[in-house]
Design a protein around this ligand. Structure first.
Ligand code: AMP
Length: 220
């Protein structure tokens, strides 16, 4: 069983959407460091206050803060049985930290799904992204709009644009991805657990591609 997964990929490659679907399909806990941080910022917690400036500038929050936050969550509840990590790790130091946490918890990472998408497509997608502040559902105003414009299909909440989805911050986030997160492809390829997936398709098609690749990976 592949029940300890990482979703790797640039911002806007569909990690959040795919992690949500896979978590339901494979009954895994979905841990999104971005979602956790946004909630901390909304609650104005100490952690939120520490993270906010970096997030709004499109930079990464300090590795130590992130690693503590992830370790705490991996220890408890459903995550102890299986998880899908979305938006983490994002640096080699975080990947090494995750290896240390996994060792402590006596578990192994099964697979890393690497969603691939060109920067030009990403800039377009992120500019059209809106999401529900209550349930986290993500929409694209053009290719995957809600039934009623601006309103969440699930709970009727008013959809919001993320503060970091402005053209300038999107560019910064992509730079950060290429500099700091891209090296993880090599890190996990060396471990033999990387699965590359072309993310340029409708969400349901990308989910199919991932599930098919995971099942052949399991059988290999
Ligand atoms: P995301 O929703 O994954 O795009 O994350 C939004 C923002 O939260 C990022 O641009 C970072 O500022 C911060 N963030 C999320 N995950 C991490 C992480 N693993 N390491 C550092 N910063 C993170």
């Amino acid at each position: 069983m592949t029940d300890r997964l990482i979703l790797l990929g640039p911002p806007g490659s569909g990690k959040g959407t795919q992690a949500h679907t896979l978590a339901l399909e494979l009954r895994l806990e979905h841990l999104s460091t971005g979602d956790i941080l946004r909630e901390e910022v909304r609650n104005e917690s100490d952690l939120g206050k520490q993270a906010r400036a970096a997030m709004e500038a499109g930079k990464l929050v300090a590795d130590e803060i992130i690693l503590n936050m992830v370790e705490e969550r991996l220890k408890k509840g459903k995550a102890a049985e299986g998880f899908i990590l979305d938006g983490f790790p994002r640096t080699v130091a975080q990947a090494e930290g995750l290896d240390a946490i996994a060792k402590k918890l006596n578990v192994a990472l099964d697979a890393v799904v690497n969603l691939q998408l060109d920067d030009e497509i990403i800039v377009g997608r992120l500019g059209q992204r809106v999401s529900c502040p209550i349930c986290g559902k993500i929409y694209n105003e053009v290719s995957n709009p809600p039934v009623v414009p601006g309103v969440c299909d699930i709970d009727g909440a008013r959809l919001e644009k993320r503060k970091d989805d402005t053209p300038e911050v999107i560019r910064r986030r992509l730079e950060v991805y290429h500099e700091q997160t891209k090296p993880l492809e090599e890190y996990y390829a060396k471990k033999g657990i990387m699965i590359d997936i072309d993310g340029d398709a409708e969400p349901a098609e990308v989910s199919n591609r991932i599930l098919t690749a995971l099942s052949s990976f399991e059988q290999a």
